[in-house]
Design a protein around this ligand. Structure first.
Ligand code: BG6
Length: 530
């Protein structure tokens, strides 16, 4: 299949390329959980942005389904108000009107087998006739995960899941997909009872981020990086996904999940696999996902002893972020007062294959860190010092590539340069590429690309069943040890800091240190721990 991994075109001058982009088929999107936050903040704005860029089919309609009873008219006014609120850079009223005309709603009890699903079927039927849309539907399950299998079965049992006469039915599932290996396997098995793997799109919104997608282009579309992208040149890799926010209104979910489940087997493992995978034979969905899956299988499993040495957990207490006092986790809304849930996790992974043997991957993620910051740092080995023995240089600057995921998207190459002057001295300098400077501000929720890909049937940026299970397979032994040995020192880091001291020690034991992330692109001379 020809590069199904289409690139969304950003500028008018790319017209020739845009002609090659596969067009989305006319279709109906049915959103379960239509009155929720995700629909309001991400899905509708993403659809709007797609329409604005002419990526939505012109014959298109949306059917919202929620527990709340509401008329289509009421839902339309909600959608309109929300679009006005959540569209960055001023909303286009004509386009909002276009959306309102093709948005419908039906409400009821998701557990009810008959009424709600019969109503959905009738409504979708009416909508397809009215807007002259062929029977292509995709269902977006923005519901609690406990409902995924049930809602899917009801869709199918009501005759809305079968793909026939060239028409398609696709299902997008939000994360979390399971809460451990056993539940993920169960969910996969339950879904596969009534639908096929190629109808399933397990979403991970990290794959909708431009910089994440750029990892493959950067690695495989340039000839100078790949030859050195291995254990012969790379000392280690650091991946940080830090948030300054706490749990906000999601305490109910978060307290039963924790940082490890919430971020690592999904978002952070996407970053690991894209960074570590071998070049796929093409950008076809399974070619890319096969290579990602190989990395997940090559990650060495954690024994209980490894968990004690190579996994760190933390929970924030009160502290100060950006000059403002913030409360500790245990007093946040819907959090148990003696909760043992971790809000920070760090791991040292070993990828046991030819390319990466002996190159540790250090991962960390946490809430209430000093800043929102996600990056991947590829730290290269030092050059031999021999030539500099008789100079005033005491230590060589080591090279690193920093892939900035957010908030500033870009890539930095860090290297040493001679400090001007009569003596030989070296200082660390950076070469920076910043997306905004180069391509201008792109308005995106991160969901545009993923919704578009589902409409064109490209599952490359979605997780396959085996990948989800492989991810859980790695973290479940850690969760088991942490459950068996509840943390006794929580809270063990103050809000506004980079996690507990054990996180620093995880690298210090190996003679390394987490890079200073606050000003990663402008490293002060001398601040260059390996
Ligand atoms: C979600 C997690 O999947 O990702 C949240 O459930 C987290 O806890 C969020 O805050 C982070 O996403 P982003 O795009 O802001 O890095």
């Amino acid at each position: 299949m020809l590069a199904s991994w289409n690139f969304v075109i950003n500028s008018a001058s790319d017209q020739a390329m845009s002609d090659q982009i596969k067009k989305a088929d006319p279709c109906v999107m049915v959103i379960f959980g239509a009155t929720g936050d995700l629909t309001k903040r991400k899905l509708f704005p993403a659809l709007y942005n797609l329409a604005k860029g002419d990526f939505l089919p012109h014959t298109f309609a949306i059917v919202g389904v929620g527990r709340q009873e509401m008329t289509t008219e009421e839902f339309r006014s909600q959608v309109t108000a929300n679009l006005r609120e959540f569209i960055a850079n001023g909303a286009d009223e004509k386009l909002i009107g276009w959306f309102a005309e093709r948005t419908y709603y039906t409400g009821g009890d998701f557990d009810d087998d008959k009424k709600l699903f019969a109503d959905i079927k009738d409504l979708v039927g009416e909508v397809t006739v009215k807007h002259q849309i062929p029977d292509n539907y995709f269902y977006y399950l923005a519901t609690p995960p406990a409902l995924f299998a049930n809602v899917t079965h009801k869709i199918v049992n009501n005759g809305m899941g079968k793909q026939e006469n060239g028409n398609w039915r696709r299902f997008i599932f939000e994360k979390p997909f399971g809460h451990d290996l056993a539940s993920a396997k169960q969910l996969n098995a339950d879904l596969l009872k009534t639908i096929k793997e190629d109808q399933i799109y397990r979403i991970d919104h990290y794959l909708g981020k431009e910089t994440v997608q750029n990892i493959l282009v950067f690695r495989f579309g340039n000839s100078i990086f790949e030859p050195i992208w291995n254990r012969n040149f790379i000392d280690h890799v650091q991946i940080t996904v830090a948030e300054s926010l706490g749990v906000e209104q999601r305490g109910g979910y978060y307290d039963s999940a924790g940082a490890l489940r919430d971020m690592i087997p999904n978002h952070i493992f996407q970053l690991v696999t894209l960074t570590a995978m071998e070049p796929p034979v093409s950008f076809e969905a399974n070619a890319v996902r096969d290579e990602q899956a190989k990395i997940l299988h090559a990650i060495q499993p954690f024994s209980p002893e490894d968990v004690l040495h190579c996994a760190v957990r933390g929970q924030y207490g009160d502290g100060v972020i950006g000059g403002a006092k913030v409360p500790g986790y245990r007093v946040e809304e819907k959090i148990a007062p003696f909760s043992n849930t971790e809000t920070f996790a760090a791991l040292k992974l070993s990828i046991d294959n030819w390319r990466w043997a002996g190159v540790p991957f250090y991962l960390r993620t946490g809430k209430r860190m000093p800043a929102k910051h996600s990056s991947i740092i590829i730290q290269f080995k030092a050059a031999p010092f021999v030539l500099f023995r008789d100079t005033s240089i005491e230590k060589l600057t080591t090279n690193r590539i920093v892939i900035h995921i957010q908030p500033d998207e870009g890539i930095t190459l860090h290297f040493g340069a001679k400090v001007p002057g009569p003596i030989v001295n070296m200082g660390p300098v950076d070469m920076d590429f910043n997306y905004v400077d180069h391509f201008g501000e792109q308005v995106s929720t991160g969901y545009e690309r993923l919704l578009f890909d589902c409409m064109i049937g490209d599952a490359t940026l979605f997780q396959r069943a085996d990948m989800v299970e492989a991810g859980w397979n790695i973290v479940t032994p850690i969760l088991d040890v942490w459950n068996a040995l509840p943390a006794r020192d929580f809270p063990n880091y103050a809000a506004g800091t980079w996690g507990p001291p054990e996180s620093t020690q995880l690298l210090e034991r190996d003679g390394r240190a987490w890079k200073d992330l606050i000003d990663q692109t402008r490293t002060a001379p001398g601040n260059d721990p390996r």
